[in-house]
Ligand binder design. Structure first.
Ligand SMILES: C[S@@+](CC[C@H](N)C(=O)[O-])C[C@H]1O[C@@H](n2cnc3c(N)ncnc32)[C@H](O)[C@@H]1O
Length: 192
């Protein structure tokens, strides 16, 4: 995988990370946020966030840019989740396809703010009117920097995130940094 160093890979596939993501990160970020019945996850990696997301929707698609990880996840999860190879900054899905787009701990793996803005615009495009865009990114700390030595590491700034999501076409934006991560929920404009 090109964006994670070996230590980071070990961490991301550990049972401890999977438990934290399933029991704390995802439930907190999605508390009171209905995802609807057709959800797209961006950057599933080893699947720590994919597993708990699959329990929250009827249909889950996961888009992963690393082909090795995508095929590993496909074998691991089987039928209930559709794993697609691709780049979240340039998606091949049609407009107004998904009821929700989510991404957990992946935005900092994009190489620049411009690439993150492309991802935001793509998320808005593939969402139905009134669709939900939600997720988390990590906050920088010395440990976080250490884990990402020689990795792509470009964490989103919570101070500018609302303006960037607005520019991508989102409204009803909520940003929370109270649990040691940046979590966000936003919506595309409702129809009519
Ligand atoms: C740190 S992992 C997070 C995985 C998972 N969401 C979790 O919580 O454990 C970030 C993942 O995003 C993927 N990724 C990075 N850039 C991407 C892009 N442009 N499109 C799709 N996936 C991407 C990486 O390959 C990696 O698997």
């Amino acid at each position: 995988m090109d964006t994670l160093n070996r230590y980071h890979q070990r961490l991301c596939r550990s049972p401890e990370w999977a438990a934290f993501v399933a029991d704390s990160l995802v439930p907190r970020a999605l508390d009171g946020v209905p995802l609807g019945d057709n959800v797209l996850e961006l950057g599933p990696g080893y699947g720590a966030s994919t597993q708990p997301l699959a329990e929250r929707t009827a249909s889950l698609t996961a888009l992963e840019s690393d082909p090795e990880l995508a095929s590993r996840l496909r074998a691991q999860l089987g039928q209930p989740v559709t794993v697609v190879d691709g780049d979240a900054t340039s998606m091949t899905f049609g407009a107004s396809t998904f009821s929700a787009v989510v991404c957990f701990t992946m935005l900092h793996h994009l190489p620049s703010s411009a690439a993150q803005d492309k991802l935001f615009a793509e998320a808005a495009r593939v969402l139905v009117p009134g669709g939900v865009f939600a997720g988390t990114d990590s906050q920088p700390s010395w440990r976080f920097r250490l884990i990402h030595l020689a990795d792509t590491c470009n964490p989103v700034d919570p101070g500018t995130l609302a303006a960037r999501l607005t520019a991508a076409g989102f409204g009803q934006i909520r940003i929370d940094t109270s649990h040691g991560v940046v979590s966000f929920v936003a919506r595309t404009a409702a129809a009519g």
